[in-house]
Ligand binder design. Structure first.
Ligand SMILES: Nc1ncnc2c1ncn2[C@@H]1O[C@H](COP(=O)(O)OP(=O)(O)OP(=O)(O)O)[C@@H](O)[C@H]1O
Ligand SMILES: [Mg+2]
Length: 507
């Protein structure tokens, strides 16, 4: 009852405030603020309601408050249906070009666990002297804040649970709405300049997704399950005392979709991608600085880890080089040394993955890709570091069906059966299959494209058979040569024995 009464009083006040805003341009802010203060005191005297304000800027450096932004997002998502006065803004990095949020001095209600709360968007002028009644855009000294009002009997629910809920949901919506970014590391020579940072980014607009990713359906589902489990695993990781991170090793021949898979994972998880080019990192210290800047909810990628650095045998190789090298001009040698591969070491990388990085917040994914998994040091890819090893293999029938849907928009065709059988006998990468499926002119219909693929697969099969025959012939020749050489050795041995017998004159 009281709540209703106060709600009514609230709406009366809102009307007063509304009228007040109409005339606000004709009142100097000094008088306006004083009036507001008196009104506030009066209401506080009788008011059983609590108010919490969330200013737009906070701290000494007046940084935009994360809480304010999260509330704004939460209220935008919940209020644009109900608020009567909305403002439209172009928000940087958002997927939607225009974001609607409640306008200044507007109020909406929200409900949480059956408790009603009131949110209002407010602004005050912090520098009344600079008030300009004729300015259409208002003063640049205006301070904005959100005000949350609720009955004092619900203090605990609101301060402990509701505000947490609003902030978490606001951040979640922000994450979903924002554009993904692809970061690449800058060479350290540019780290210290004005406005230079360790990472530069572009908007990540890779068209790939798990729907368009061509691979065995069961394995795809298995990866998706693994990602979902990881995303929801905050409590689980905390319970088992493990850092909330997951490592994936993607390996397989070129063109089998390793980079495409990274894009699909980024999109599915809604994480930014930090593409770490190890050859541009000078030493372990730089590596540490770079990795420490990657935030949670991000994917750190090291592509072609086997080529990025000779992580397994850098020292050995250097030693061999020194032994075989001819003496060089010292100046030239110095130049070469500095431009040569970096001094990032396997232990530096592992220490970081296992150590400091695990301690700085959760929800991180690290992905290594390689064409030659057998070249990698087992320490780098052991389970626990690279938790899941995913083989990206040559195109199978399931993968072909996805590509046919992507490129030709067909889900079944008479020629599919033949293609399926040919794929079993060949080793063609999805990239090559896709290339053959792509129409090269407007005259090429589905059938022509599928036949083009069949021809390419048959050629591939023939080549494979020819190579196999050549290899077998080579093997046979080698075996024959080996046999002959063993025979010759036996004959020579026999001859040598005979000679010894002759020379010694006894048998
Ligand atoms: N599994 C796949 N699903 C969908 N498209 C694929 C797949 N594999 C390859 N492609 C197509 O082939 C192109 C090359 O694939 P991608 O770059 O992902 O291969 P990769 O395995 O990373 O190769 P590399 O080892 O050379 O880096 C992609 O742009 C994509 O169009
Ligand atoms: Mg790749």
């Amino acid at each position: 009852m009281m709540g209703e009464l106060w709600a009514q009083m609230g709406s009366v006040m809102a009307t007063v405030v509304f009228m007040y805003t109409i005339f606000e341009r004709f009142f100097p802010p000094t008088i306006r603020d004083r009036l507001q203060a008196y009104a506030q005191k009066l209401t506080n005297h009788f008011n059983p309601y609590i108010q919490i304000t969330f200013p737009e800027f906070s701290g000494e450096r007046l940084k935009k408050s994360e809480a304010y932004t999260a509330i704004q997002t939460y209220l935008s998502a919940n209020s644009s249906q109900r608020a009567k006065k909305l403002k439209a803004e172009v928000v940087k990095d958002s997927q939607t070009p225009l974001v609607l949020s409640m306008d200044d001095n507007e109020e909406i209600t929200d409900e949480f666990q059956g408790v009603k709360v009131w949110w209002s968007a407010n602004k005050v002028s912090s520098n009344p002297q600079r008030y300009n009644p004729f300015s259409y855009y208002g003063s640049s000294d205006e301070k904005r804040f959100y005000k949350l009002t609720f009955h004092k009997s619900y203090r605990d629910i609101i301060t402990i649970s509701y505000i947490k809920h609003v902030l978490e949901e606001g951040k979640e919506i922000e994450m979903t709405n924002r554009q993904l970014k692809l970061y690449t590391n800058n060479p350290s020579s540019g780290w210290y300049g004005y406005k230079q940072s360790k990472w530069s980014h572009i908007v990540f607009e890779h068209p790939a997704s798990f729907e368009t990713l061509a691979m065995d359906q069961k394995r795809k589902e298995d990866i998706l399950k693994d990602l979902v489990k990881f995303k929801k695993g905050k409590d689980y990781y905390a319970k088992i005392g493990k850092a909330w991170k997951r490592g994936y090793l993607l390996y397989g021949p070129p063109g089998t979709g390793k980079s495409t898979m990274i894009a699909a994972i980024a999109k599915f998880m809604n994480y930014d991608v930090y593409d770490l080019e190890l050859t541009a990192v000078k030493d372990n210290n730089e590596l540490r600085k770079l990795l420490i800047e990657t935030p949670s909810k991000s994917i750190t990628v090291i592509e072609d880890i086997d080529c990025s650095l000779d992580l397994t045998g850098q020292r050995k190789q250097k030693k061999e080089e020194v032994e075989n090298e001819e003496p060089k001009d010292p100046m030239k040698r110095n130049e070469e040394e500095s431009s040569k591969s970096s001094k990032v070491t396997l232990s530096g990388l592992l220490n970081f993955i296992d150590g400091i990085w695990s301690a700085c917040g959760g929800e991180r994914i690290i992905i290594f890709t390689t064409n030659y998994v057998e070249k990698l040091d087992p320490a780098l890819i052991r389970r626990g570091r690279m938790d899941k090893h995913i083989e990206m293999s040559y195109c199978c029938y399931d993968a072909f069906k996805v590509l046919a849907k992507n490129y030709l928009d067909v889900e079944s065709h008479l020629l599919f059966g033949r293609i399926g059988r040919l794929l079993e006998d060949t080793e063609m990468s999805p990239a090559d299959v896709a290339e053959n499926l792509m129409p090269t002119s407007v005259d090429e219909d589905v059938e022509i494209c599928l036949e083009k693929l069949i021809k390419a697969l048959e050629k591939h099969k023939e080549e494979k058979a020819r190579k196999k025959a050549e290899e077998e012939a080579q093997k046979k020749m080698e075996e024959k040569e080996k046999e002959e050489s063993t025979k010759m050795k036996e004959i020579n041995k026999e001859k040598a024995r005979e000679n010894v017998v002759k020379e010694n004159g006894f048998c």
